[in-house]
Design a protein around this ligand. Structure first.
Ligand code: GLP
Length: 251
């Protein structure tokens, strides 16, 4: 395993379950040591192993388990047009893989609402972030095109929670979770880059060759709205957990 400390900290290892374990350590430390922890959750395939670790290790330790009663959770995004009960909604994902196992307060687990009045939903989401505070730790994945949450490459990026149109590359990448590519919604609600950068600490997970180019472009030293993840270089405490040795000497 290689650990490099720059402004961005890199944890590089070939074994993904080891990376999930190390990322889980970060979350569980905050859970133990923070009075009212706020966590920012991501969805997608990449963090599933991390969630499995969080659930398993919490269930093994009764004191840790009760700490979840004081947690506030904020998810990055949700598809427009999918109700919370829809099997491909991120509401459903969070309850299926995480929340149902833990003594969380449902009224403190915030996930943007993809149905109803979308402008109102965005505004009330930002109000909840202001009320409960931005995450102590924000978990992130990264899209192949460098998207974060559903902040897609664009000429301009929105700061706050907003409705966004999904790129064809993102719809294709996420088609594996839907019966067919046609069923992937065309729009989503996502936290904006400003909200994401307000987290105290960011844990970014990126696995597989498919994410290698996005990582290289995101942490190249250049900032650009064409690679939304590149804005993470402005954050003072980002740790990247990856099996892609973009430095070229994984040992
Ligand atoms: C989705 C989510 C992102 C996620 C990304 C990568 O579109 N909105 O939050 O990080 O795609 O997903 P995966 O981990 O499945 O590759």
């Amino acid at each position: 395993m290689t650990i490099r400390r720059q402004r961005v900290e890199w944890v590089v290892a070939a074994d993904r379950s080891h990376l999930h374990e190390l990322a889980a350590n970060v979350i569980l430390d905050v859970l133990r040591n923070t009075e009212r922890p706020v966590f920012g959750f991501a969805t997608g395939g990449t963090p599933l192993g991390l969630y499995e670790q969080l659930v398993r290790r919490s269930l093994e330790n009764p004191r840790l388990l009760t700490r979840w009663q004081d947690v506030t959770g904020f998810n990055l995004d949700e598809y427009v047009g999918l109700s919370p009960e829809h099997p491909q909604s991120y509401h459903h994902y969070m309850w299926r893989y995480v929340y149902r196992y833990l003594p969380v307060r449902p009224d403190r687990m915030f996930i943007p609402k993809g149905i109803g009045n979308l402008e109102d939903n965005c505004r009330s989401y930002d109000e909840s972030l202001m009320k409960y505070g931005w995450p102590d730790v924000q978990i992130l994945g990264i899209g192949k095109n460098g998207h974060i949450g559903f902040n897609e490459p664009a000429r301009r990026l929105a700061m706050n929670t907003h409705v966004t149109r999904l790129s064809e590359s993102t719809r294709l990448a996420n088609a594996r979770f839907f019966p067919s590519a046609r069923d992937v919604p065309e729009q989503a609600i996502t936290m904006g880059m400003a909200g994401i950068l307000r987290a105290k600490q960011i844990v970014l997970l990126a696995f597989g060759e498919a994410k290698r180019d996005a990582l290289i472009r995101a942490f190249s030293g250049w900032l650009g709205t064409d690679v939304p993840a590149s804005l993470l270089q402005l954050h003072p405490h980002v740790t990247v957990f990856t099996d892609q040795d973009i430095f070229g000497d994984l040992s």
